[in-house]
Ligand binder design. Structure first.
Ligand SMILES: Cc1ncc(COP(=O)(O)O)c(C=O)c1O
Length: 400
């Protein structure tokens, strides 16, 4: 029997980062010595007290369905976190817990966007945004930020993209893949723009606690009641607490939107995993030493990479202010020929680096910028040193 997949299924691209991770895993399993700069998750352990909370939950039999939108205890913990870290006041009814913030974002797309609605997405962007927007038949409208400006988003860049069909603006600061943060002096201008043009703001704050060089994250929702009323703050325990596999994310915003998200979620997944919710409570309310150590180590790696990458002739690279990614520009090598094949774009550069240098980077085309490749430093320092040397050698070979 020939199955005709829906156009929705046919038109959705698989997650490129997960695809690259699978190739790297396969090569490693074959015994090939790979340096993996493709990872989108911290290479640290979930803190012990968080694991203990989940184990205790299992032992206590907390293993059944919970309320679809999350247990009260976790919603309260999220309310506490949003107040403590972001100066935001929400009631538990304005919070929903989902199976990762990717799930929260998709719920938001489901409840807000009609076919034809436009959603502004600054580029470079996390690839999931555009795919999710298309999945609900809305249209991502890309606003390019520029490497020369440190990939910083400004009101001036964003405003011309607004049309009568624009429903929302998607913000991601610190940004995956560039590590750029929205400049603090731009935040009020962006908030004012959303209010003036009656737009919703979706603020993905997944990397808020991973910031460097005295940069601090400020949630756009904290800039006043008017902008808060139209903002959905999306966050996750995945990155700050090294809990990617536990699948707990959340959103906070206006009650009617949160309630609608809960209704959809109740029909699609029901609750996020019961024991992971208990673990998330421990993560949000427990000691944060693990996070501090992790940020310190990421910063050490970041500074090392910054000094190395910018001395490789032909590469340019901005200084990431947050997250754990570099987004170096390899385009000066496009046009070179390796093993008889031309390297014309970021996908071919990634393939060359994988085959020749045994180094995994993710092509920038997946993030809306073909000149760049994403390099994650969520990998130990020894590997980072080895990987940079390999990249240097592979690029030297292209010049000779
Ligand atoms: C910018 C951004 N937002 C959200 C997520 C999703 O994280 P999770 O679904 O694990 O909460 C990721 C994961 O890579 C991300 O990079």
């Amino acid at each position: 029997m020939t199955v005709n997949l829906s156009s929705r299924a046919r038109n959705t691209s698989p997650s490129a980062t997960l695809a690259i991770a699978a190739i790297a895993k396969q090569m490693k399993a074959e015994g090939i010595d790979i340096v993996d700069f493709g990872l989108g998750e911290p290479d640290f352990e979930t803190p012990a007290h968080v694991k203990d909370a989940a184990i205790a939950a299992i032992r206590e039999g907390f293993t059944r369905y919970t309320a679809a939108a999350g247990i009260d205890e976790l919603k309260e913990a999220i309310v506490t976190k949003l107040k403590r870290d972001n100066g935001l006041s929400y009631a538990p009814s304005e919070v929903i817990v989902s199976c990762g913030s990717k799930h929260s974002l998709f719920n938001i797309a489901e409840v807000l966007f009609e076919p034809g609605d436009e959603v502004i997405v600054p580029a470079p962007y996390w690839v999931t945004y555009t795919e999710q927007i298309r999945l609900v038949d809305a249209r991502p409208v890309i606003v390019q930020t520029r490497e020369e400006d440190g990939f910083h988003l400004t009101r001036e860049a964003l405003e011309p993209a607004i049309t009568p069909k624009t429903k929302a603006i998607l913000l991601n600061s610190p940004c995956n893949p560039t590590g750029a943060m929205i400049p603090l002096e731009q935040l009020p201008a962006l908030a004012a723009l959303a209010v003036e043009r009656d737009l919703l703001v979706i603020s993905d704050e997944a990397y808020e606690s991973l910031t460097y060089d005295r940069h601090t994250h400020v949630s756009i929702a904290s800039l006043g009641e008017e902008v808060k009323r139209r903002t959905l703050v999306v966050n996750t325990v995945s990155k700050a607490y090294a809990m990617t596999g536990w699948r707990i994310g959340y959103a906070a915003g206006p009650t009617d939107i949160i309630k609608a998200m809960g209704t959809i979620q109740s029909q699609v997944t029901s609750n996020p995993t019961s024991i992971a919710q208990k673990a998330a409570v421990a993560a949000l309310l427990g000691p944060h030493d693990g996070l501090r150590d992790m940020v310190g180590e990421f910063d050490r790696r970041r500074r090392y990479l910054l000094s190395r990458l910018n001395t490789i002739p032909g590469i340019t690279c901005t200084n990431p202010e947050g997250a754990f990614y570099f987004f170096p520009n390899f385009s000066s090598f496009y046009g070179a020929v390796a093993n008889g094949s031309p390297i014309r774009n970021s996908a071919e550069m990634a393939a060359y680096l994988l085959q020749t240098a045994r180094v995994v980077l993710v092509p920038g085309s997946e993030f809306g910028s073909d000149a760049h490749l994403r390099l994650s430093y969520a990998t130990p320092m020894d590997s980072i040193r080895k990987g940079v040397e390999r990249i240097e050698r592979a690029l030297d070979a292209l010049r000779s």
